[in-house]
Design a protein. Sequence first.
Length: 378
Amino acid sequence: MGHGQSSRFVDPNPAIRRELVELLYTSLPQVMSINAAAITGSVTLAVLHRDPGYIAITFAIIVNAIGRVVSLLRYKQRSARLSDRDVVLWEKVYAAGATAFGLALGALTFRAFQLNDAPGAWIAFGLSMSYCVGMVSRAAIRPWVVLTTTAVLFAPTLVAGLMRPELPYQLGAAMLVLFWFSIREASRHLSTAFIERLEAKHALARQANHDFLTGLPNRAAFLAALERTTGSVAIIAIDLDGFKPVNDRHGHHAGDELLRQVATRLSDCVGSGGLAARFGGDEFMLLKPVADGAEGRDESMALAREAVRTLSMPFLLSDIPMVIGASAGLLVNERPLTDDTVDEVLRRVDEALYAAKRAGGGRCSWADADTAQLRQAG
């Protein structure tokens, strides 16, 4: 297996990892089923034998079963608000719960072997294999979780088998090792294929929603983000001043490189809490949540001025300094948006932008301001 495949097997990119962890936490029916079986089996053995070992293991199984169900339900409630770092943490929480449950089932088998309880060993090993099959069904999602859990699940049974003097028990223990290695190889192949399909799906989605030249979200992605906004948001349209002469004098390659540098500056300008998009040609849009009222208007104007200012700084195209400018039209929207109101908002911002350009460029114009009220970006 190549290095790229190995890295994807261990640590896919954050968007794909989030989707994989989401799939892990969709296993509630499966978890409830094995919980019910494990509790029933362990309680039966504890009641029949009154053995302190069985009783302690039964208690551990019940506690782990409750913990796993609680974690599945809590993740479902919080998943939409989780950061990439949180997702990694929740993946580890799932792995810890699955591993602890596997260890308890393995301990149940080990105790049955210790007590020479053949019916109990049969019940416990059957529960272990049922749990193993359930975990293997997740092998394509996060194989490291499956491999860790099954290793911990089999270890007590392996030790118990090797401690027995009878050859069949020792051979059975050796077969568990071989079985684990077969799970390992199957998990690698399934995970690689599954992640490659997810990568292809994400690549297609990105192509549909991102501008191929700059890598910024495109018009469709911007409109979708705008329709999802709640509360007060700054909407800023930006058009480059003097872009056409660059194309005419230095060629389209220089123009393309200039647009890529503009995209980088605007992304830095709007920050992680906002969105910069390319609408087409040399027109860009910014979207960022702001405070309500006058404070939000001040934040919006500050962002628009910063965008105009940063685009007025020299660009380097093939080591040649190049200076252009930019104009901006802006408004703060505080109302829920529908298809009709989105069109109206964009029309007003566009009119403000071209009012700024007609006034000489390098300016910011409010959508609710007259041309005479344009304010010079400083």
